[in-house]
Design a protein around this ligand. Structure first.
Ligand code: ADP
Ligand code: MG
Length: 233
């Protein structure tokens, strides 16, 4: 009984519980996937059977992705202290990172930053947010289309825009954004935007989407500007 109380103390917050559950589920998944990968190459199975193994592996990869995203959300607060960040640097590294992903469908990312774009946030979370949004823009784009990313200081805010000219969204689709597991992609988790909304809220920011079907989408994220001068004065 005492042990039980200790356990429940340890898993007090739902975040910690989610992290523990995710961890416990991930290990058996890894074992099962390992065997399937062996069978997939095993000559004693027919090609029909091997196709089924491939399907199973795909499904396990999906489950793994969901767990990874839940885990990143459940990380304890203290690891994610806010610091002074230059949005320009973060956008540069994020667009570099996603460059090759975009090239898979001949989508180029164009980056333009104007003015002093410093904010107070945790770099890892900021990257996570921007990667999710830019990835969505690439995934919505048609072959060869450009994704434009801009950042600009506007009065006491830093405004980041991610513009694509792809699929776009209807009113209904827009209203569903951020709902856990809402995804129109065959391999989507529907967790990306939920995570984004959480991060934006944490830093007193705002996020909004302007979109029309088959025209494209502009995602705007706005954070309070952090004045370095006032800090050192
Ligand atoms: P996922 O990308 O795994 O599907 P997200 O939470 O990132 O999950 O996005 C949820 C859904 O929102 C997507 O499946 C897609 O239908 C829609 N969406 C998000 N961004 C865009 C965009 N730039 N253009 C069109 N649809 C989008
Ligand atoms: Mg996504």
């Amino acid at each position: 009984y005492y042990e039980q109380i200790q356990q429940s103390e340890r898993l007090k917050t739902s975040g910690q519980l989610a992290a523990a559950v995710a961890h416990e589920i991930r290990n058996p998944l890894t074992v099962v996937k390992g065997f399937l990968q062996l069978y997939e190459k095993d000559k004693s199975f027919s090609s029909d059977q091997k196709r089924n193994f491939t399907l199973m592996i795909d499904e396990l990869n999906m489950a793994e992705q969901v767990i990874t995203q839940l885990l990143t959300m459940a990380k304890p607060e203290q690891e994610q202290a806010a610091e002074i960040v230059d949005v320009k640097d973060v956008l540069q590294s994020v667009t570099d990172l996603l460059h090759s992903y975009g090239l898979l469908h001949d989508n180029r990312i164009e980056l333009k930053v104007t003015g002093d774009c410093t904010i107070s946030a945790n770099i890892i979370e900021l990257k996570q947010l921007l990667i999710n949004i830019i990835k969505n823009a690439i995934e919505a784009s048609n072959y060869g289309e450009l994704v434009i990313v801009t950042a600009e200081k506007e009065k006491e805010f830093v405004v980041i825009k991610v513009i694509d000219h792809g699929k776009g969204m209807s009113e209904e689709e827009l209203a569903a954004l951020g709902t856990p597991f809402y995804s129109l992609k065959s391999k989507g988790t529907g967790l990306g935007l939920m995570i984004c909304f959480n991060i934006v809220e944490k830093y007193n920011g705002k996020i909004d989407f302007v979109s029309s079907k088959n025209q494209g989408t502009t995602t705007s994220i706005c954070f309070p500007y952090y004045d370095k001068q006032s800090y050192f004065r």
